[in-house]
Design a protein around this ligand. Structure first.
Ligand code: ADP
Length: 391
């Protein structure tokens, strides 16, 4: 049997992994998902079609990402003993100014990525812990880093800069943009299945727990709602989204809040959760009768509309809108609330197609509207396979 690539995507308390064939278009053989690492960790392994192969409560044995990886690899070994991992592809949130494509990980690159930890304190340390664990587990395999920032690295200056004194830009205080692996996948899908949109100007809304919009022109990112960190732009499950920096000064000077308190509030207690006071989860909010839930959803969809308008201006036009991520793929209500008031922009919605969860959901208007499931793991697997020379 020819070789395989393993993909790793380490979040703050989760770890996703995928086993793929090492081909130019990798075939998915298995996917694993460990959740609640550090506290009641559990892990589930499924085959390439999502059918469960095994599930296990890890408890004490799942205290760290390395523990979870060990457990996941033991399950893989048990259920797919023929797997021969020749390359490991890692999701790394921040690639800084320099990395605009996947890169092979060695000590020098790992050092450069560690230096970026202060730019993405909630994600980067976990991503790199995954890298270290995988290097130990697969010392013979090639390790490849795939960055969420890379897809955005060639924005025009005006979409990359803040209006701060120039020295801060030179020091790296600029808009990086995130969710790049998801946007890369969507751009590939547009090229493959919707070439007329790929050739045009498309606003892609990645709406999951994290949420952002990317303006893509002819397959390349020209603007993102996310900025220096993954806090900016759209309100998210628990993150604030766009905020007047004067509010932060007010919180420090008048409310006496510390940097740590403000950070915790902006990242973990704001957004849909903060506004509703109920939940960060869109399904829970949609099912709620509480008017605060409806208001939180209304703010979320209003900000998405505003940013689609901004993207249309940044791209000098709009030919398509793509919804993706857990909310974008599944919530007919969010898609309707976003699209219905955008008729002036040429956006139409086929209600029946939207409710049915179809891929094409516009009613034949000037702007094509699509809902496309994203697949970040596949983008990582392609990069790892390419590093092995597949294709
Ligand atoms: P992450 O950013 O953690 O990968 P996902 O992309 O899985 O998250 O998105 C999670 C969000 O998707 C949650 O708010 C969840 O409620 C929402 N979601 C998932 N399925 C549905 C659905 N059928 N209807 C509405 N929202 C959904």
């Amino acid at each position: 049997m020819s070789g395989h690539v393993l993909t790793l995507n380490a979040g703050s308390s989760s770890l996703k992994l995928g086993l793929f064939t090492a081909e130019a278009e990798p075939g998915c053989l298995a996917e694993g998902h460990a959740e609640r690492i550090g506290k009641d960790a559990r892990i589930r392994l499924a085959d390439g079609d999502g059918r469960e192969l095994a599930a296990r409560e890890l408890g004490e044995a799942g205290a760290t990402h390395a523990d979870a990886l060990d457990a996941a690899l033991a399950m893989l070994e048990e259920h797919l003993p023929e797997a021969r991992v020749e390359a490991v592809g890692h999701r790394v949130v921040h690639g800084g100014q320099d990395f605009d494509r996947p890169v092979r990980l060695d000590d020098r690159v790992l050092g450069a990525l560690e230096a970026l930890e202060p730019f993405a304190p909630l994600h980067q340390p976990h991503n790199l812990a995954g890298v270290r664990a995988a290097r130990a587990a697969f010392p013979q395999a090639i390790q490849v880093a795939c960055f969420d920032t890379a897809f955005h690295r060639h924005h025009p200056f005006v979409n990359d800069v803040f209006g701060l004194p120039r020295a801060f830009y030179e020091r790296g205080v600029r808009r990086y943009g995130f969710h790049g692996l998801s946007y890369d996948y969507i751009a590939g899908e547009l090229a493959r299945a919707h070439p007329e949109l790929h050739a045009g100007r498309v606003a892609v809304a990645h709406l999951g727990n994290g949420a952002s919009i990317c303006g893509i022109v002819q397959g390349r990112s020209v603007a993102s709602t996310m900025g220096f960190t993954a806090l900016d732009g759209l309100p998210m499950g628990t993150r604030v989204g766009q905020l007047d920096p004067g509010v932060v000064l007010h919180l420090i000077e008048q409310e006496g809040m510390s940097a740590a308190e403000i950070s915790e509030m902006l990242y973990k207690r704001s957004g849909l959760l903060g506004l509703s006071g109920i939940s960060n989860d869109m399904r829970t909010l949609e099912a709620s009768e509480d008017p605060r839930a409806a208001e939180a959803i209304a703010y979320f969809t209003f900000r998405i509309r505003r940013e689609i308008g901004a993207m249309a201006a940044a791209m000098a036009g709009l030919d398509g809108i793509v919804f993706t991520g857990g909310i974008g793929e599944n919530s007919a209500r969010v898609r309707r609330e976003v699209c219905a008031p955008l008729e002036w922009l040429g956006v139409t919605l086929d209600e029946a197609a939207n409710e049915a969860g179809a891929r094409r959901i516009d009613a034949g208007g000037r702007v094509g509207v699509l809902a496309i499931p994203t697949d970040e793991e596949r983008v990582i697997a392609r990069a790892a396979a390419a590093a092995l020379g597949a294709g």
